[in-house]
Design a protein around this ligand. Structure first.
Ligand code: XMP
Length: 517
């Protein structure tokens, strides 16, 4: 937990395991109020000490009717801090304060019409009816003494309750999801009208807090970071460097599988721009030689991953007494939600340098793990990361090796590198780079016949893959003007030696994936 929250306005979110907990934090931050998520079992006296302006109890998959369902200490209701319970959180408030909750066979899921019955401060300015998102079997049957009805769903079921004197509010539905009309207004009312927040949280507050957290977490320890030019790992490294300076050791392993000029760019940014020492190693020959003869995508990934870990481990060991591994993990990478226990949690399976932390007994340092990509960009902007890095497309760890379909070799990598550069430049020229999630080329392993001038050609085909997406979990192929696609195709065929055919991938994810391997 941040040591210096006490002077700042912030909202504590207690997580009961809802898939939407991070979304609550995001919505609160969109209202320019800092928020932090804690497991529901946090010590209430510790929470009191940090004096949040308000507390939100999240939803959760359990039922308060189960004997072993997650609970909180009753003391939370005596803190004199406004509380908003959402779904499970609301049912818990209800049960703990003397109301009754029951399991309904007619429970509502999905979009439900909610009738507002009382314009408590929570619903101030809302219309009489809203559509809201429901997702639970349990319903509030009888409110606790002192509570009033604020809203109902169909059949007059209780949808919202409140005790304005105690400043405790409960919602059966989820205001944090976009399906709930006016959900943001409800959260605004809670944070601004009820908790009296003014909304003054900025990236610099996040940076200050995070730098302090990192200092406290690392102490006299040593951190290693693998850097590759991605915005997440770069922001994580710069914040960590601000906190612990030379105790951070950035390792750059050039796999030879990066895009054109990318390795030079990484060096330029770290060494010249931010003056961060880079342990810089060129292993491109080794990677290409290890991949010789391998066609299977999974095998390629394994070979690259294993070799990377082997080299990284060797280099990290040489640094000596390393205690932490820095990762630019973001929220979409974090699968579990009741697992957020401060800036450094135990090893998870999703991290990029797989297997390494456990083997070397390292702890993970993940300063960005509560952020979404656009928030990382906002932080990056405020620490002066150049625009081209800030808007760099996501690039897979195994690099171009999984974009050259089948067996790779230096010639194919070169063709793809040249093609990829043209695609990137044309998209940039059109000013589309910020609107698109990814735009790149795939080199197919088949050759086809063409004609150039009077000569027959027998060359490779390149697929243009351009997608829009919010987080990479789902994606759609980008509807680009034919003129632009024509221009890219012309340039690819005329300027990249070894290509005589260009295709455009019109598959969405799912059922396809963004990458081809
Ligand atoms: P897919 O192909 O699964 O990709 O739709 C989703 C997103 O993840 C990126 N990706 C990777 N990133 N290591 C990474 O760091 C990987 O092995 C990897 N594979 C895919 C992909 O570029 C897309 O943004």
């Amino acid at each position: 937990m941040n040591k210096d929250n006490s002077n700042k306005e912030w909202i504590a979110i207690l997580d009961f395991g809802s898939q939407y907990t991070q979304l609550i934090a995001r919505r609160i931050r969109e209202l320019k109020i800092y928020s932090e998520i804690f497991p529901y079992y946090i010590d209430i006296s510790l929470l009191k000490e940090k004096s949040p302006k308000g507390i939100i109890l999240s939803g959760g998959p359990d039922s308060v009717l189960n004997k072993n369902a997650p609970k909180i200490s009753k003391n939370i209701f005596n803190l004199n801090i406004p509380i908003l319970g959402i779904c499970y959180g609301s049912q818990l408030i209800n049960k703990m304060m003397g109301g009754t909750v029951s399991n309904s066979k007619n429970a509502e899921f999905g979009n439900t019409i909610i009738g507002i019955r009382h314009n408590s401060r929570l619903f101030q300015g809302l219309p009489d009816k809203i559509t809201a998102w429901m997702s639970h079997h349990d319903i509030v049957e009888k409110m606790p003494d002192g509570f009033q009805l604020a809203a109902v769903s169909s059949g007059e079921k209780i949808a919202a309750i409140f005790d304005e004197k105690k400043n405790i509010y409960g919602l059966q539905f989820h205001p944090e999801v976009t399906h709930t009309e006016k959900g943001k207004d409800i959260l605004y009312n809670f944070t601004h009208r009820i908790c009296k927040c003014s909304g003054n949280w900025t990236p610099s507050v996040f940076i200050d807090n995070t730098v302090n957290e990192i200092k406290n977490e690392i102490g006299k320890g040593k951190v290693v970071a693998g850097v590759s030019g991605g915005v997440d790992s770069m922001v994580a490294a710069i914040l960590t460097h601000k906190a612990i300076k030379e105790q951070l050791h950035c390792i750059f392993i050039d796999t030879g599988l990066m895009r054109k000029n990318e390795s030079e760019e990484v060096r330029r940014i770290f060494k010249d721009f931010f003056e961060i020492k880079l342990y810089d190693y060129d292993y491109s020959k080794e990677f290409i030689s290890e991949l010789k003869g391998i066609k299977d995508p999974e095998k390629k990934r394994k070979v690259i991953g294993n070799l990377f870990i082997k080299i990284f481990e060797e280099k990290a060991k040489r640094i000596g007494n390393v205690t932490h591994l820095l990762q630019g993990t973001l929220y979409p990478d974090v699968i579990e939600s009741v697992s957020i226990q401060g800036p450094s949690a135990k090893i998870k399976s999703h991290h990029n340098v797989g297997g390494l932390p456990e083997k070397m007994e390292l702890r993970l340092l993940e300063p960005l793990k509560n952020l979404f990509k656009d928030e990382v960009r906002e932080i990056g902007e405020s620490i002066n990361i150049p625009e081209n890095i800030l808007w760099r497309q996501p690039f897979p760890g195994p690099g171009l090796a999984i974009r050259v379909i089948g067996e790779i070799n230096s010639e194919k990598l070169q063709i793809l590198r040249d093609a990829d550069e043209i695609i990137r430049k044309e998209i940039l020229k059109e000013g589309l780079n910020k609107k698109l999630w990814q735009y790149f080329g795939i080199l197919l392993p088949i050759k086809s016949v063409g004609v150039m001038g009077d000569l027959r050609t027998y060359d490779y085909s390149v697929v243009i893959r351009i997608v829009t997406s919010y987080d990479g979990m789902t994606a759609d192929w980008a509807r680009l003007p034919h003129e632009l696609l024509g221009k890219i195709s012309n340039r690819l065929i005329n300027q990249v030696k070894g290509i005589n055919r260009v295709l455009y991938d019109i598959s969405s994810k799912p059922p396809s994936t963004i990458e081809w391997e």
